[in-house]
Design a binder for this molecule. Structure first.
Ligand code: GLN
Length: 190
C-alpha cells in the first residue's frame, strides 16, 4: 500500500494532537497554513478550535477555494468539532463563512459551555466494541443530515459522527484520546 500524506490545517486549534495520532499510526502528516502546502496531499484534517477564528484565518490565507477543490478531487477530508462546522452546509443562526461541502446543519456549542466539557462512551458500529471515548468541548450537534450523508454515531439524540463520500465529520475530539480507531478509519476510507 502506498503511504498517505495527510495535511492538518494548522491555523489554530488542536492540530498538533491530530499529527501525533497520525504519526502513532505510521502516517505522514504536514502542517498546512498556505494554499501551496495543500499540493500533493492525499487528504486534510480540519481540527477543533474556534470556527469563526479559523474562518477569518482561512479568508486571510485564501484557503477556501483550494480546500474545496481538494474535496471535489475526491481526497479524504475530516473536520473535528470546529472543523465540522467549517465543512457544513448550514450553521444554525450564523452566516459565518463555511465550505458547505457536507450536506448537514450544525448547531454550534450545543453540547454545553467549556466548563461542561465531558467524555462519553459513544457506540460506533463501524468501529465495533468498545464504544469510542468521545470528548465534547463546546461541541456542535448535527441537527439535519441530507440524503447523501450517513450517520455513523449519535449521542444525546443527535448525530455526532457522519460521512458523505470521503468527507467525515465528528462533533467530538478523537485526537485528545489515545483511541486511534477513528484516525485509522479516516486513513482507510474507500
Ligand atoms: N464552539 C466552537 C466553534 O463553534 C467549537 C469548539 C471546538 O472545536 N472544541 O467553533
Amino acid at each position: 500500500m502506498v503511504a498517505l500524506r495527510i495535511g492538518v490545517l494548522a491555523l489554530q486549534g488542536a492540530f498538533r494532537e491530530h499529527r501525533r495520532s497520525l504519526s502513532r499510526l505510521g502516517a505522514e502528516s504536514v502542517e498546512v497554513r498556505k494554499a501551496g502546502e495543500l499540493e500533493g496531499l492525499d487528504g486534510l484534517i480540519i481540527p477543533g478550535g474556534e470556527s469563526t477564528t479559523m474562518g477569518k484565518l482561512m479568508n486571510a490565507g485564501a484557503l477556501w477555494e483550494p480546500v474545496a477543490r481538494l474535496v471535489a478531487e475526491g481526497k479524504r477530508v475530516w473536520g473535528t468539532c470546529a472543523g465540522a462546522i467549517v465543512l457544513a452546509a448550514e450553521i444554525e443562526g450564523s452566516d459565518q463563512p463555511r465550505l458547505g461541502v457536507m450536506d448537514i446543519t450544525v448547531a454550534r456549542n450545543a453540547s454545553g459551555r467549556q466548563v461542561d466539557s465531558f467524555e462519553a462512551p459513544v457506540p460506533v458500529a463501524v468501529l465495533g466494541e468498545p464504544p469510542f471515548p468521545a470528548v465534547f468541548i463546546r461541541a456542535p450537534y448535527i441537527t439535519r443530515v441530507g440524503t447523501g450523508v450517513t450517520v455513523l454515531a449519535e449521542w444525546n439524540a443527535h448525530a455526532v459522527l457522519a460521512r458523505q463520500g470521503r468527507v467525515l465529520v465528528t462533533s467530538f475530539h478523537p485526537e485528545l484520546t489515545d483511541d486511534l480507531r477513528l484516525h485509522r478509519y479516516f486513513l482507510d476510507l474507500d
